[in-house]
Design a protein around this ligand. Structure first.
Ligand code: GLP
Length: 240
């Protein structure tokens, strides 16, 4: 557990871990996350790409999750988010970018294919995670099985409320369903970096780090991961 004075400092520290991996293994497979939490981390990776020639041209990426029913062009789709905030700025080969398809006609088949793509890429070297205020990772809401794979999930009321701010505050505009990598998928990543900032995350962080390992607090499963690092600001660490 790495606690920094500010979210920016924690994000920069996490970006250094990502950069070190990409330098050592230019073909690294990165698992990526959305939400407000990783924004500064992505900004720092873009800065390193521009100013320090950090090369992403051979990396492969897999995103954790996507809303069901939003077109790629929708301003709140995670496809759009990733291009806006990272891919439009660092030159990852388009064919190496993987984001679950929220418009797939056959969701189950699309999820199985996604798992196969992860396996074909050799597994995920480093997975970036945020945490929901209810302890979700990806969109693995409380009660998600620790052996779950990429699949459809229903968002909890709390997550719909939390994410309404991205939809102009309108809860009815937030999709109710999503595709998310499973907890089993996430646990197979060789390294997990979870970032959490702000007081709103303090309880979920404390329960995940110091509480019982429980499907009611999905991020607590990381206690069983051999190489998981949590990057926190002081507010997110305040209940530890
Ligand atoms: C979202 C995402 C998660 C993210 C979390 C926290 O709904 N699916 O991957 O970690 O909720 O979001 P934020 O970083 O905006 O607090």
């Amino acid at each position: 557990v790495i606690i920094k004075k500010s979210a920016d400092a924690a994000s920069i520290a996490a970006a250094r871990v990502v950069a070190r991996l990409v330098q050592e293994k230019p073909t690294a497979v990165l698992g990526l996350a959305t939400g407000s939490t990783p924004l500064k981390l992505y900004k720092e990776l873009i800065r390193m790409h521009r100013e320090e020639d950090l090369d992403f041209s051979r990396v492969t990426t897999f995103n954790l999750d996507e809303y069901i029913g939003l077109e790629k062009t929708h301003a709140q789709s995670y496809y759009h988010f990733m291009h806006e905030n990272l891919f439009n700025h660092i030159h990852v080969k388009p064919e190496n970018i993987h984001i679950p398809d929220g418009m797939a006609p056959d969701v189950a088949a699309s999820c199985a294919a996604y798992e196969q793509q992860v396996a074909d890429a050799g597994g995920i070297d480093l997975q970036i995670l945020g945490i929901g205020s209810d302890g979700h990772v990806g969109f693995n809401e409380p009660t998600s099985s620790f052996t779950s794979r990429t699949r459809i999930k229903t968002l909890t009321r709390q997550t719909v409320e939390d994410n309404a701010r991205f939809f102009g505050g309108a809860e009815h505009q937030v999709p109710r369903h999503c595709i998310t990598m499973g907890i089993g998928t996430i646990m197979e990543a060789r390294m997990n970096l979870l970032l959490a900032f702000g007081e709103r995350k303090a309880t979920a962080v404390a329960e995940s780090v110091e509480g019982a390992v429980s499907a009611m607090m999905p991020a607590s499963v990381l206690q069983h991961h051999p190489n998981a690092k949590l990057f926190l600001d002081e507010a997110a660490a305040s209940a530890l």
